[in-house]
Design a protein around this ligand. Structure first.
Ligand code: ADE
Length: 250
């Protein structure tokens, strides 16, 4: 899968995604990340890419010309025009299901804004998806683009060395992940739950699923509305809630 990022800070993208798992995925050729500097498409002798807003007001607005030329350069030799994602707090909030949908694309372009915004006409012309990473305002679109590229990349076959791990982690089945333990068996007086030491695969799976249910109920109960619980799960949770209410749980 190929990611293209139109940005004023290409080194931020290259450094951020060039390390750890995404870095290895780039090296191995599972994904490619090309950060393209919008400033290289300025036609101004001072390499300006922004100007004052028509109608007045604070801040500067990114001009449409350099962004359009940058986009044309990226897509010029492509047969099919890829989706263009604009990072904006005005967009739909990014989620695991959006990551899954975007992971099906062969090419994706991200447009990172800065200053007070981007000229509306270029957004109308090239952007297919407006996405946000949450209801807070950042100084630019680079971090959101990196967040999205990271979460989409890990869904690309081969990127995670353990193929099953993308499947099992939090959100993939709508539930939060169960707690994990490693050595030592006892730490500060707390023992690893016995079932995990038992080697009994079915019991371990059952315990993990129950912990996922409990954890989702305790930490993100609103997620349960989007999950199809089996009769057994519902009964387990009802029982858990009962015990909680009676103060028998931790
Ligand atoms: N640009 C500034 N803030 C943002 C946010 N929360 N999500 C996406 N892009 C942004």
């Amino acid at each position: 899968m190929n990611f293209y990022v139109m940005t004023l800070f290409p080194e931020m993208i290259e450094q951020g995604l060039g390390t750890s798992i995404t870095g290895r995925a780039i090296e191995k050729g599972y994904i490619s990340v090309k950060a393209v500097n919008i400033r290289d498409y300025s036609t101004d002798k001072y390499r300006h890419v922004d100007d004052y807003p028509y109608g007045g007001g604070a801040g500067m607005v990114m001009q449409p010309g350099p962004i359009f030329d940058c986009y044309t350069d990226i897509t010029g030799s492509m047969e099919k025009k890829p989706r263009v994602v604009y990072m904006t707090p005005q967009g739909k909030v990014f989620s695991q299901s959006i990551a899954q949908e975007l992971a099906k694309e062969e090419d994706l372009i991200f447009l990172c804004g800065h200053y007070e915004g981007v000229d509306e006409r270029i957004l109308e012309e090239i952007v297919t998806d407006n996405l946000s990473i949450g209801d807070y305002v950042l100084t630019g679109g680079e971090l959101p683009a990196m967040v999205m590229i990271d979460s989409i990349s890990r869904l690309v076959p081969g990127v995670l060395s353990n193929e099953t791990s993308a499947q099992y982690e939090s959100f993939q089945d709508g539930l939060l992940e169960y707690p994990q333990y490693t050595r030592p068996e006892e730490f500060h007086g707390k023992r690893v739950p016995e079932v995990l030491l038992s080697g009994h695969h079915a019991n371990i799976e059952k315990w993990r699923h129950e912990k996922s249910l409990e954890r989702t109920y305790m930490r993100r109960p609103e997620l349960l509305a989007g999950v199809e619980l089996s009769k057994k799960d519902k009964a387990y949770l009802d029982d858990f809630v009962d015990k909680m209410e009676k103060g028998l749980q931790e």
